[in-house]
Design a protein around this ligand. Structure first.
Ligand SMILES: *Cc1c(COP(=O)(O)O)cnc(C)c1O
Length: 386
């Protein structure tokens, strides 16, 4: 069943086989570590679950089809997927990435064993001169996110892929914020796509997981090898749960977007709001690029309030429905405060220079009735004095 089907049909039918013994419509959970061999060294299909499991295979088939990829490999977290990709690099090889790369990815590239053998540089990927200059110094990978966290900056994936390829580098796109529903980077020339399935793909704040998709057989073999060799397998149960979550990915993403756009519009005209950042707003500086390379704008809205640090902290601690928590992409709305949470370790001056002001919050807009979310925000806003 290749790509003639639409996204939702693929999500429901590819990698979701009817079970053979009892014709159960939902594939069972293969909660096993090992598989009986008929003769030594000749397993039927799998030998040990760290290397492979039917539930991994089913989910990989679904994810590959949704990312329009030949292959996908699943991992026990987004960062395991990232580590596995980076583990292909030889000592001294370089990665060019973005200033506002996900904090965990930055930590991985700078502070862990990966950082000891791979050199990483970070900058403004939309500055073509900088990027060309870095590419000319030699790089194995360019590693981007689009949209980024929390300022929702886009990168022109097609253009960056062309530049990278012209310099013998490959392009990795962390597609977590868009989900495969709104953006397929491989179609724009990327070589690898990475997701934290913990976010939209899982979508219910109950599974940590990750995946990488590619058209390259060599990369697929590397990813499978890395999972087995490093020990980055998820549990069959988590893989099964993700296969279940994926069935509703399209309806969830449509509703996330509908709610996010409505909230963004309303916030944008609220007197206490300085700026509303959402790629679906015409005021977003890269709205046209979003229209070109995405099929929708996803569900994250960042808002800069005309409030100081304490007022902003009070605001987001006082919401009744919108939960103050890390993470994003779930059915329930979550809010976070970059200045005191995800980006607290960056000195204030530097943080503000990068646009992460004290009054900035990030809302992962959930699937609640949008009117209730609006009441939650505005009723508290009225009590925070400026
Ligand atoms: C959460 C996240 C990750 C890391 O994924 P985990 O599943 O938490 O390991 C990577 N990239 C982005 C953009 C994320 O939001």
């Amino acid at each position: 069943m290749p790509d003639k089907f639409g996204f939702s049909t693929k999500a429901l039918h590819i990698g979701q086989p009817v079970e053979k013994e009892f014709n159960s419509v939902v594939p069972p959970i293969y909660m096993t570590t090992t598989y009986k061999q008929d003769s030594p060294g000749e397993p039927k299909s799998y030998d040990y679950t760290r290397a492979g499991n039917p539930n991994f295979g089913f989910l990989e088939e679904t994810l590959a089809s949704l990312e329009q990829a030949n292959y996908a490999t699943i991992f026990n977290s987004g960062l395991s997927a990232a580590t596995s990709i980076l583990s292909k690099l030889q000592p001294g090889e370089r990665v060019i990435s973005i200033d506002d790369v996900y904090g965990g990815t930055f930590r991985l590239m700078k502070n862990t064993f990966i950082g000891h053998h791979v050199e990483s540089v970070f900058g403004d990927i939309n500055n073509e001169e900088w990027l060309k200059n870095e590419l000319e110094k030699g790089a194995r990978l360019v590693w981007i996110e689009s949209p980024t966290n929390p300022l929702l900056t886009l990168a022109d994936i097609q253009k960056i892929a062309e530049l990278a390829h012209a310099h013998n580098a490959e392009l990795v796109v962390d597609n977590t914020f868009a989900s495969p529903y709104f953006q397929n980077p491989l179609l724009l020339g990327a070589d690898l796509v990475l997701h934290s399935s913990t976010k939209y793909i899982g979508g219910h704040s109950d599974i940590v997981g990750g995946c990488a998709a590619t058209n390259s057989k060599e990369w697929k073999e590397h990813l499978d090898y890395a999972r087995k060799a490093i020990g980055f397998n998820p549990s069959p149960f988590d893989a099964w749960l993700l296969s279940r979550s994926i069935k509703t990915l399209a309806v969830r993403m449509n509703k996330h977007q509908e709610n996010a756009l409505e909230l963004a519009k309303r916030l944008d005209s609220h007197p206490k709001v300085k700026t509303t950042i959402y790629p679906g707003l015409e005021s977003h500086p890269q709205h046209q690029l979003a229209q070109k390379q995405m099929s929708g704008y996803s569900g994250i809205v960042s808002v800069l309030f005309d409030l100081d640090l304490e007022q902003t902290k009070k605001l987001i601690s006082s919401f009744k429905l919108i939960k103050l928590a890390e993470s994003l992409g779930a059915v329930e709305s979550l809010v976070c405060h970059p200045a005191s949470m995800t980006h607290a370790s960056i000195p204030r001056e530097l943080r503000i220079a990068h646009g992460l002001e004290d009054g900035l919050i990030r809302i992962s807009v959930g699937l609640e009735d949008v009117e209730d979310l609006w009441i939650d925000i505005t009723s508290v806003l009225g009590t925070v004095e400026k």
